[in-house]
Design a protein around this ligand. Structure first.
Ligand SMILES: O=P(O)(O)O[C@@H]1C[C@H](O)[C@@H](CO)O1
Ligand SMILES: Nc1nc2[nH]cnc2c(=O)[nH]1
Length: 292
């Protein structure tokens, strides 16, 4: 797979080859895909009848280079729903093109997946948010996209979707409502808000954080938006959940300095709750699809 700047470097045949390779290795036929962000690979542990593939063994798959991203694809079942979990995903700052970052999403589409649950870690911009909060993503701001770093730049393959996709409903209203209902049933209070993607890898300056607050961002992170954009483009239902692992400094007098170890530490502390939320949601998500 060749990288050609920001335009797509994978042909339909590349996607087909990877899909067929996986189909030849597994009898699982996933309906739900879960993309696990930094330190959230534990989400896959709720599945039964698991079959795991290391990214390096899957043709055309990128490999994870960031601590907290194990780098394997896990097929399994949750409450009778066939699922596939990405234990670790890819980032622009690792040097991958956005075509590589989003490569797995189109594989999920070709495997027959209908819904994608994306999870990640982020910094809380909204002053009300606390470390450990979970936010159901209502919408996003694609800052790299504003600068031309967009996964759909380049020739459009109509077999996946239209040239000009609508993004005003990127995050499924049904799934967001379901997530809020499940959280309430589990006695877990969750936030709702806007996630902004920056390319990273540095955390924000104070001036940048203040700008993001002014722009209406509740959380900021370095991932997810390209995957969500490609998922929506090819007609998948999307739910996004972000875990607030740190509060982003908006004030020059604040002494705390964010670092990746702290991000992973908070993920570890909240992974069990997120796992419960995600697995309960998956069970109900298929009931919800069957009744629509
Ligand atoms: O992969 P995600 O978005 O969960 O990871 C966040 C963003 C950076 O990769 C990392 C910074 O600590 O956490
Ligand atoms: N950009 C960004 N990404 C994060 N991922 C986890 N925390 C943060 C943060 O504060 N800023």
């Amino acid at each position: 797979m060749l990288s050609k700047g920001s335009s797509c470097c994978c042909s339909f045949d590349d996607y087909k080859l990877t899909t067929e390779w996986l189909q030849n290795q597994t009898r699982h036929q996933p309906k739900v895909a879960v993309i696990c962000g930094s330190g959230l690979g534990l989400l896959a542990e709720a599945a039964t009848d698991k079959q795991t593939f290391r990214y390096q063994d899957i043709p055309n798959f990128p490999v994870s280079t960031v601590p907290g991203h194990e780098g394997c694809l896990v097929f399994g079942t949750i409450e009778e729903t066939p699922c596939v979990f990405m234990k670790g995903h890819f980032h622009l700052y690792e040097g991958y093109s956005l075509c590589q970052v989003t490569f797995p999403v189109r594989i999920f589409k070709l495997l027959g997946v209908d819904s994608v649950l994306v999870t990640n870690a982020s910094g809380g911009i909204c002053p009300d948010f606390k470390v450990g909060d979970i936010m159901v993503i209502r919408d996003h701001i694609n800052l790299p996209g504003f600068a031309g770093q967009h996964p759909l730049c380049g020739p459009n393959d109509e077999r996946f979707g239209t040239r000009f996709p609508c993004m005003s409903d990127a995050y499924s209203k049904e799934l967001r409502t379901l997530a809020l209902d499940v959280a309430s049933d589990l006695g877990c209070s969750v936030r709702t808000g806007v996630y902004c993607m920056v390319s990273g890898p540095n955390f924000e300056t104070i001036a940048e954080a203040r700008m993001l607050l002014t722009l209406g961002c509740d959380c900021v992170g370095m991932s997810m938006v390209p995957e969500v954009t490609v998922a929506k483009h090819c007609g998948l239902r999307v739910l996004g959940l972000t875990l607030v692992t740190n509060k982003v400094s908006l004030d020059y007098s604040r002494e705390e300095k964010v670092n990746h170890d702290e991000v992973l530490e908070i993920c570890k502390m909240r992974a069990e709750l997120l796992q419960k939320l995600v697995s309960t949601l998956i069970g109900r998500c298929q009931q919800n699809i069957n009744t629509h």
